[in-house]
Design a protein around this ligand. Structure first.
Ligand code: KIV
Ligand code: ZN
Length: 518
């Protein structure tokens, strides 16, 4: 097979990254972006882990019909049953069953024998296969499993009906030659493996995830599991953008291709960063801020003469927009919509209305409006993913001395304005303390980052924060030319998500009461 299947697990393994938790609305938005990107399979979640996860998988399965949508399940009958239920409305459902196979996991974590591992594999795969036609089995910690036993597990899974066998390097320990050897051995030694898709799933603890994935492909793996920006547990997973470009750009060497629309790589990366607040490091391959920047004079000189002297791919190929002055104060809605379209975002009328309002406000404060400003408006303001339970009406801050003072007014659910005044050892601290004063919530701010979306003094500041609200972590984001205003908006965004989550949780628990026994 010349076409390598791209299995995206941003919404499941990626979401297990510290701080990458996404709301159902955010997951849905990502799922649509992954669909547009052209992934073959998307892992939507681990439904038995929580009612929220169940709901997110169910919604994605209902709305995203082109790619295969898969749900994760441990090799337990209830997990498999819940996964199947979450996928009931999927056009192309897959159940993804996993069970650890390495000695350390069997002895220390699961406390089961090899025979029991084989029995559980057979039972769970057969159960999944009785519910859907497409079943993937993952031998967790495959790379630390002795090959003779791994071969037996894979054989049992194939005989029980698995259609894809995934061999994860769960702890990112393997070297490329070992992955190559593992895939080659399984291809040679498992009877009936010819009609089965072999897959690799590599973690990046040694920075080898992409190299290991490519070694797997070279040995005959037909599916690669990866995440946008390489987010995931610990050091993360193989980055989808790296794997795809390494396969496609070096077709001369790999002889393979993928179904990915590479021009959607950068917009999808950017969307994920906006949603999670986790931005790839500047020197990250393909999607980092400096991936196409040329600083050294000799490089710049070469680039001016012939770009291929120092650039192995054209930034446009992966959808990196040029930073350009695009619109001004007098630009209309039509121009705004066209520019978003050029940046790869088809926006609906409501989003356009909101984006235009924010664009006009921004144009009053900032002369040059760049593409990045438009993206900040879109991601931080116009594509608001939660109803405004709390709404900011006014904010004033005085700072300069030892203490700063903030006065604000906000409304709760359209009620009368509530005013509050508070002090803090800086303008942001004071403003957030004023919000605490105005809302009746238990909030603990865990993390706050400020980033300039564009160069220059009048840059739009993007604030992303993590707050524990009633003990649950929520991400909030806001953007404004005034970072204090952006911080308050981000704080309220997190509070609005918490309010929304309470409503959803109550609904989900009611609807799924029988599954969770409440
Ligand atoms: O890394 C891993 O082993 C996994 C499996 C659940 C596929 O994520
Ligand atoms: Zn993993």
């Amino acid at each position: 097979m010349d076409r390598i299947l791209i299995f995206d697990t941003t919404l499941r393994d990626g979401e297990q990254s510290p701080g990458a938790t996404m709301s159902t609305r955010e997951k849905l938005r990502m799922a649509h972006a992954l669909d547009e990107l052209g992934v073959d399979i998307m892992e939507a979640g681990f439904p038995v882990s929580s009612p929220d996860d169940f709901l997110a998988v169910q919604k994605i399965a209902r709305e995203v019909t082109r790619p295969c949508v898969t749900a994760l399940a441990r090799a337990h009958s209830r997990d498999v049953e819940v996964a199947a239920r979450s996928l009931e409305e999927a056009a192309n459902p897959r159940i993804h069953v996993f069970l650890a196979t390495s000695p350390i996991h069997l002895e220390k974590k699961l406390r089961i024998s090899e025979e029991e591992c084989l029995d559980r594999t057979a039972a769970a795969v057969a159960q999944a296969r009785s519910l859907v036609d497409d079943v993937e089995f993952s031998a967790e910690d495959a790379t630390r499993t002795p090959l003779p036993f791994l071969t037996r597990v894979v054989q049992v899974a194939v005989e029980a009906g698995a259609t894809t066998i995934n061999l994860p390097d769960t702890v990112g320990y393997a070297h490329p030659a070992e992955i190559h050897h593992m895939i080659t051995t399984l291809r040679e030694q498992v009877p009936g493996v010819d009609g089965i898709v072999l897959s690799v799933h590599c973690h990046d603890d040694l920075g080898l995830a992409t190299a290991n994935s490519l070694a797997g492909v070279e040995a005959g793996a037909q599916q690669v599991e990866c995440t946008i920006n390489g987010i995931g547990e610990r050091a993360g997973n193989a980055g989808l953008e790296e794997v795809v470009m390494a396969i496609q750009l070096r077709h001369d060497r790999t002889g393979k291709t993928t179904g990915i629309n590479t021009r959607r790589l950068y917009p999808t990366s950017r969307l994920l960063s906006q949603i999670t607040g986790i931005h790839p490091q500047p020197n990250k391959a393909i999607v980092g801020k400096n991936a196409f920047a040329h600083e050294a004079g000799i490089h710049q000189d070469g680039m001016l003469k012939e770009s291929t002297t120092y650039e192995i791919m054209d930034p446009h190929m992966v959808g990196v927009p040029e930073s350009r002055l695009v619109l001004g104060k007098h630009s209309g809605r039509h121009a705004l919509r066209s520019r978003y379209k050029a940046l790869g975002h088809e926006i609906n009328d409501d989003e356009l209305g909101q984006a235009y309002r924010l664009f006009k406000l921004l144009a009053d404060q900032k002369k040059d409006i760049l593409d990045e400003d438009l993206l900040a408006i879109l991601h931080y303001g116009a594509m608001d993913d939660v109803p405004a339970h709390y709404k900011l009406i006014d904010l004033r801050v005085e700072c300069g001395g030892k203490w700063s003072t903030a006065r604000l007014s906000l409304t709760e659910q359209g009620g009368p304005p509530r005013e509050a005044t508070a002090r803090g050892d800086g303008p942001i601290a004071a403003a957030l303390a004023a919000v605490d004063e105005a809302v009746d919530e238990r909030i603990r701010l865990e993390e706050l980052t400020i980033r300039a979306a564009t160069p220059g003094r009048d840059a739009v500041g993007e604030v992303t924060l993590q707050a524990l609200i009633r003990g649950i972590a929520f991400t909030g984001r806001g953007a404004s030319t005034d970072v204090v205003d952006a911080a308050v908006r981000a704080y309220l965004h997190a509070l609005n998500k918490a309010a929304r989550a309470r409503v959803l949780e109550a609904r989900a628990l009611q609807a799924a009461g029988d599954l969770w026994g409440v």
